[in-house]
Design a protein around this ligand. Structure first.
Ligand code: GDP
Length: 429
């Protein structure tokens, strides 16, 4: 049985917590896209961790954790992350890396930095992890697959060819020091030795696992609105954030993905630039940011303050639809317990007309939120385990949002820990 955990919105919905929780019943957890540019925050009995590359199953010794072919693999970051978890008492996790995964090269990171510098104020707010240059090269067919590290002749030739291309940009567009092919080759030899113990034909491994009936969890990064096709292009990430891409980025049959758990946060947050219709500002935003998540809404990778907003039904319904949602995990509901009234964005007004369909980016830039306020519950709901024990206004909030988005909320998260979860039966027909 294959399940996917993905985000409905801009990322930071709490996927790490939900994945960590579901990993308990999983045999295999797979990262299938993205790179070390975003992070999941996980709180468990070993402490609080920000994972960037490792799948969230690494805290359970019964799991196999896989970096799929779709990931932008930063080898030194992966190795460092393995060290950082084992250094804090977590037993050495079982990790496999696809022989078809491609490698984030040192020049990808430089290119990302140089391009942001060149763009100045027009930049995309990249995390400068080399992700966009990495995926550009992958599709330009000048990327390096893990397997290629082990073919010395091919590696030497490719390094020479790539340096020639990159050095034109370095010299003439960015006016920066050139890359030295011999030095790069030495770095790649180091990468080869670091990654060698983990390399695996992942899709063959997963084919066998599926046939044996293993429980497999696909772990998404970011959310629908950051998808390069269906998101708020160009303020998107460079690989697909959709559950459907799990089949490609892991190398399994699409029809094997039986459950798509889409994570939605009880309010909105976003990082980086781009339209964010239900955004709030000033003291109202500061207070939600301060109280949000587990210790405030600040980027897990960058520490940047997140942009804050009310729950957006338009974006979330669209986000759930594109994921092919079977279940919604509704997270961080406990944080809203301080509000007298909770505004929710139920429509977008665009050029004088109200719509509930999420528009293309050009129209999105003109959208204003149509808000509806629901009564708050003004109590701390942490520790509650049964849905019926939640305050009535809190249940009304959940049910209102479920009706608006049209996908069943089967899990409600009311705290950052593994055990802070309430299962419920959806009231949707
Ligand atoms: P991800 O990238 O989707 O995993 O999201 P983040 O790592 O940004 O997670 C959101 C933050 O919220 C993390 O600090 C989590 O520990 C925290 N979190 C997750 N679920 C809950 C919840 O139900 N309540 C509270 N208060 N915090 C939560």
């Amino acid at each position: 049985m294959v399940k996917a955990v993905v985000g409905a919105n801009w990322g930071d919905e709490g996927k790490g917590k939900i994945t960590d929780m579901l990993a308990k019943e999983s045999d295999i957890i797979i990262r299938f896209q993205g790179g070390a540019n975003a992070g999941h925050t996980i709180v468990n009995n070993y402490g609080k961790f920000a994972l960037h590359t490792l799948p969230s199953g690494v805290f359970y010794s019964h799991t196999t954790n896989i970096i799929g072919n779709g990931v932008a693999l930063n080898i030194p970051i992966l190795i460092e992350e393995i060290r950082s978890v084992t250094g804090r008492g977590v037993p050495a996790p079982r990790i496999l890396v696809s022989d078809r995964a491609q490698i984030v090269m040192p020049y990808h990171i430089l290119l990302d930095q140089y391009e942001e510098e060149r763009l100045g104020g027009r930049s995309f707010g990249s995390t400068k992890s080399g992700i966009a240059p990495f995926y550009s090269d992958k599709y330009a067919k000048i990327g390096f697959q893990v397997s290629e590290l082990f073919d010395e002749q091919l590696l030497r030739k490719k390094v020479a060819d790539v340096c020639e291309i990159k050095n034109v940009l370095f010299a003439h567009l960015y006016r920066k020091p050139l890359i030295d092919a011999a030095e790069l080759l030495t770095v790649l030899h180091e990468y080869r030795d670091m990654i060698a113990p983990y390399v695996c034909d992942v899709s063959a491994y997963l084919d066998k696992a599926v046939r044996e009936g293993k429980n497999i969890l696909l772990e998404g990064q970011l959310g629908t609105l950051k998808d390069p096709d269906h998101g708020i292009y160009p303020m998107v990430t460079s690989s697909s954030t959709l559950a459907a891409y799990g089949a490609i980025g892991a190398g399994i049959a699409p029809y094997e993905i039986r459950q798509v758990i889409t994570v939605c946060k009880a309010y909105s947050s976003a990082v980086g630039a781009g339209a964010f219709v239900s955004e709030i500002f000033g003291e109202q935003a500061d207070e939600l940011r301060r109280r949000g998540g587990d210790g405030g809404e600040f980027g897990a990778t960058t520490g940047r303050p997140r942009r804050m907003g009310w729950f957006d039904c338009v974006a979330s319904r669209y986000g759930c639809r594109l994921q092919g949602t079977t279940d919604v995990a509704f997270t961080v509901l406990d944080v809203l317990g301080y509000l007298d009234e909770i505004p929710v964005c139920v429509g977008y007004e665009i050029d004088g007309e109200v719509t509930t369909e999420f528009p293309v980016t050009t129209r999105l830039e003109h959208a204003r939120p149509v808000l509806q306020s629901l009564p708050g519950w003004k109590t701390d709901i942490r520790g509650i385990r049964n849905y019926e024990e939640l305050p009535e206004n809190c249940r009304r909030y959940v049910e209102f949002i479920e009706a608006q988005i049209g996908y069943p909320i089967t899990m409600v998260s009311n705290g950052p820990g593994r055990e802070d979860i309430i299962y419920r039966t959806s009231t949707l027909a």
